[in-house]
Design a protein around this ligand. Structure first.
Ligand code: AP5
Ligand code: MG
Length: 193
């Protein structure tokens, strides 16, 4: 299986690159942000619990997202592989993901980190906020809070995969096509083994 963690701060391009990658490699895209937004839109108990935290730019509890990912792994047993987008976002989540994959006799192939400076992240998210309807994109203060939450709680996840020799950081500031080409060359090198 090919199991990729696409990593990076809010607005780095994880979702954008995931859409291109699922077409090329036939992987299942698992974005905890997208899954949570569906729960929110359906006004499920989980969605209502998550809403306040998401709109405020804070992480939702580990147990919530780990449970969602576990369900998705179980319901996609025939998958050739997964792209994890926006998950794991804490070291606790990364440890849980390793255990879940081990139970399925597989593992993370590697993590690709998209590096983009904060001012460009803010620019991209404010721009998207004009059309996306995402409340967490509409307000510069919430965007900055998401970036701070990333630096405080999520950045250490890179060290977790680095210790396993699975981390590749790349420049995320080129065009979407530039970034895609670099990601594909890394994945192809993994596939060649
Ligand atoms: P989530 O949905 O994961 O949002 P995020 O990480 O804050 O980031 P984005 O989805 O906004 O960014 P992205 O990297 O996908 O960039 P995109 O491709 O869209 O999480 C939302 C919330 O849910 C969290 O705040 C938290 O509350 C909760 N949550 C989710 N997962 C969780 C977890 N595991 N644990 C706890 N809580 C969790 O691109 C952004 C914009 O830039 C787009 O408009 C795009 O068109 C543009 N763009 C992309 N690439 C380029 C490029 N190369 N050049 C120019 N523009 C570009
Ligand atoms: Mg996204």
């Amino acid at each position: 299986m090919l199991n990729l963690v696409l990593f990076g701060p809010p607005g780095a391009g994880k979702g954008t690159q995931s859409q291109k990658l699922i077409e090329k490699y036939g992987l299942i895209h698992l974005s905890t942000g997208d899954l949570l937004r569906i729960e929110k839109a359906n006004r499920t108990p989980l969605g209502l619990e998550a809403q306040k935290l998401m709109d405020d730019g804070k992480l939702v509890p580990d147990a919530v997202v780990i449970g969602m990912i576990s369900n998705k792994l179980d319901s996609n047993r025939q998958a050739v592989g997964f792209i994890f987008d926006g998950f794991p976002r804490t070291v606790v989540q990364a440890e849980a993901l390793d255990r879940l994959l081990e139970e399925k006799n597989t593992a993370i192939s590697g993590m690709i980190g998209l590096e983009v400076p904060d001012d460009e992240l803010e620019r991209r998210l404010l721009q998207r906020g004009k059309e996306s309807g995402r409340p967490d994109d509409a307000n510069p203060e919430v965007i900055r809070k998401r970036i701070k939450e990333y630096n405080d709680k999520t950045a250490p996840v890179a060290g977790f995969y680095k210790a396993q020799n699975k981390l590749e950081n790349i420049d995320g500031t080129g065009t979407e096509e530039d970034v895609f080409a670099v990601i594909c060359s890394i994945i192809d090198s993994w596939l060649k083994g």
